[in-house]
Design a protein around this ligand. Structure first.
Ligand code: C5J
Length: 219
């Protein structure tokens, strides 16, 4: 299969491609979560949900592999370095109790993927203690076991967990494409810069494309 993309068309085989949705969890998308505690306007992030739903539905239709990640720490915070917990002096720290339970702690209400993108049986849900999806998760081994070589990425936030995961994937040999309207940042300028740096220099990190290009290719 081939789709229009930047800096040039992206060629992929659905049998060897996974859709990876990064951290579409209530803590980042809904009011009262970690994103809001850091002083961000979370409504910016909500706006990508319809495009992500359309992509997820089309991808499920062709039977492609789906991975959902959550930024999640163990309840005893043994996997959360103090440097991460204390950074930025937020009103609520990782592990503190907020309106949706303990912030970024596995199993808490705020840590769940939003209902609109809820994982289906058979889809892989990865809890990750870092910003990157490959750090301390076993994701690479899971993808290798399924002979996945290509990743279609979306999620939040573009310049933090999405970009980190994409760079980790790039260094492990995956051909990565970031769906432009399926990723968002609390800072629009950071999203725009990230898309540019991904596809600069002949796609030094990978490709970017609007979700419509993927939907056309899958139709
Ligand atoms: C952040 C993320 N921004 N999922 N996490 O702390 O991008």
């Amino acid at each position: 299969m081939q789709m229009d993309a930047n800096p040039f068309p992206y060629v992929f085989d659905t049998a060897h491609t996974a859709l990876v949705l990064i951290d579409m969890q209530r803590d980042f998308i809904e009011p009262g979560g970690f994103g809001a505690a850091l002083g961000n306007d979370v409504r910016l992030l909500e706006a990508i949900v319809p495009a992500m739903q359309a992509v997820l539905a089309a991808w499920r239709q062709v039977g492609g592999a789906v991975v959902h990640t959550r930024e999640a720490h163990q309840p005893d915070l043994s996997d959360c370095p103090p440097a991460k917990r204390n950074r930025g002096n937020p009103s609520l720290r990782i592990g503190d109790v907020g309106p949706m339970g303990r912030i970024l702690v596995a199993g808490e209400p705020g840590n769940q993927i939003i209902d609109a993108l809820a994982p289906m049986p058979g889809e892989r849900v990865i809890d990750k203690p870092g910003k990157g999806a490959f750090y301390a998760t076993g994701l690479h081994e899971w993808l290798q076991a399924r002979r996945i070589t290509h990743l279609l990425l979306g999620g939040v936030t573009t310049e933090v967990c999405v970009q980190t995961s994409m760079r980790e994937a790039n260094d492990r040999g995956y051909e990565c494409l970031l769906l432009e309207d399926c990723t968002e940042s609390y800072f629009p300028a950071f999203k725009a810069s990230t898309l540019e740096m991904v596809r600069a220099q002949g796609g030094i990190v990978g490709w970017t494309a609007p979700s419509a290009a993927l939907l056309r290719a899958l139709a």
